[in-house]
Design a protein around this ligand. Structure first.
Ligand code: HEC
Ligand code: HEC
Length: 338
């Protein structure tokens, strides 16, 4: 009991310390900061990463790209309870948004990848996702003259390797930030950027203690926390959370706190995709994390606030991918039953 309550006590202490601030200091002291626009360091690498992001030839089927499950037209997610992988396999867990993922303390719900580069190799070789191997992916790229030339330009190496692939994808992902939300404008001092109801929602969100876990520029993403701190969260999804990485019992059911940026676009919610609507997600969070039953009106206000976190979506021209050559291995869209 003591251990489960410790984060909550810390959360309440943080909230209390925050509330003790004089009112005039709060503008500068909000627990959420605006997102800064992306700084593109290497445009050629970002452009290459964008091509790889959209290239379904990195999958065994020749049909699934990163964008299949992290659709940049849909908030960087697939809006499915769990994703569809190779051979129409039912995925084990909800696909998180890739928007602002460069701000995450680590990648995946359980944080098993340290950063975007480390993460990017995962899905290509995951049999339930793109079902390819790094070797086959690299062979495929090396067989395409257009890619050979572009990789050489960016990396000045003779041959394409998986390291270059993941570097380029990560460089592209770093540009997928969403500044300029209405809430950011409010944070920067534009009092009219959000409505009275939305502001009331923010105050409920802040003063109820949601900000103990959802804070910083990404409004989350920077810690692992127990799902079901005050009340057990019931799910049939077998995911263990952080314990799968650390092996520690204390980390069971700790998940990376998701970013709430663009949360209006990234339904359904939670690692098991069990909450279809924001209203449901807010209701569950109130109960299981804070022991609070929000009224209908409070719930609606918090939802209204959360919708002010939708920022400028990355403006992406669809890349034209270099064509396969005669030597490019052909995809296997269907695993035929023997
Ligand atoms: C078949 C669907 C699917 C495909 C294809 C896919 N992903 Fe994912 N992605 C997921 C799921 C599901 C997760 C969460 C897995 C977990 O946490 O265990 C995830 C997690 C991530 C994350 C971590 C985000 C976070 O907040 O933790 C990043 C970044 C990411 N994917 C990038 C990529 C890239 C890059 C590609 C292409 C090389 C790709 N994904 C292809 C479904 C997919
Ligand atoms: C103790 C830490 C903690 C507190 C307090 C907390 N959350 Fe969460 N929140 C989490 C974690 C962890 C998850 C992911 C849980 C999961 O998917 O199993 C989450 C998920 C969410 C999601 C779903 C996001 C997504 O993309 O799936 C929303 C929305 C949300 N929280 C809103 C809130 C609101 C509103 C409050 C206050 C009423 C709140 N949270 C309080 C830790 C917290």
């Amino acid at each position: 009991m003591k251990t489960t309550l410790r984060p909550l006590v810390a959360a309440l202490a943080a909230a209390a310390a925050f509330l003790a601030l004089p009112a005039h200091a709060q503008g500068a002291q909000e627990p959420i900061q605006p997102i800064a626009p992306a700084v593109v360091k290497n445009p050629a690498m970002v452009e290459l990463g964008k091509k790889l992001w959209f290239d379904p030839r990195l999958s065994k089927s020749g049909f699934i790209s990163c964008n299949s499950c992290h659709n940049l037209s849909m908030g960087g997610s697939d809006n499915l309870k769990t994703s569809i992988g190779h051979n129409w396999q039912e995925g084990p867990i909800n696909s998180p948004t890739v928007l602002n993922s460069s701000m995450n303390v680590a990648q995946f719900w359980d944080g098993r990848a340290g950063n975007l580069k480390e993460q990017a190799g995962g899905p290509i070789a995951n049999p339930g996702e793109m079902a390819f191997t790094h070797e086959l992916a690299v062979d495929m790229l090396n067989s395409i003259p257009g890619y050979q030339a572009e990789f050489k330009k960016v990396f000045s190496k003779q041959k394409i390797d998986i390291d270059q692939v993941t570097d380029a994808i990560a460089a592209f992902e770093e540009t997928l930030v969403t500044p300029n939300s209405r809430f950011d404008k409010w944070l920067k001092g534009d009092a009219n950027a959000i409505t009275k109801t939305e502001l009331e929602g923010y105050k409920l969100f802040r003063d109820s203690g949601c900000v103990a876990c959802h804070n910083g520029a990404a409004v989350g993403g920077n810690s692992f926390q127990r799902m079901g701190l005050v009340e057990a969260y019931k799910t049939s999804n077998p995911a263990e959370g952080r314990a799968a990485v650390t092996g520690k019992d204390a980390d069971r059911f700790n998940f990376k706190v998701p970013t709430l940026r663009n949360v209006e676009l990234t339904y359904p919610y939670f690692h098991d995709g069990a909450a279809d609507t924001l209203g449901q997600a807010v209701d569950t969070m109130g109960r299981v994390q804070l022991g609070k039953n929000f009224t209908k009106d409070e719930n609606a206000k918090i939802v209204a606030f959360l919708k002010t976190l939708t920022g400028d979506q990355p403006q992406i021209g669809m890349p034209v991918l270099p064509p396969s050559s005669d030597a490019t291995p052909r995809p296997t869209p269907f695993d035929k039953k023997k």
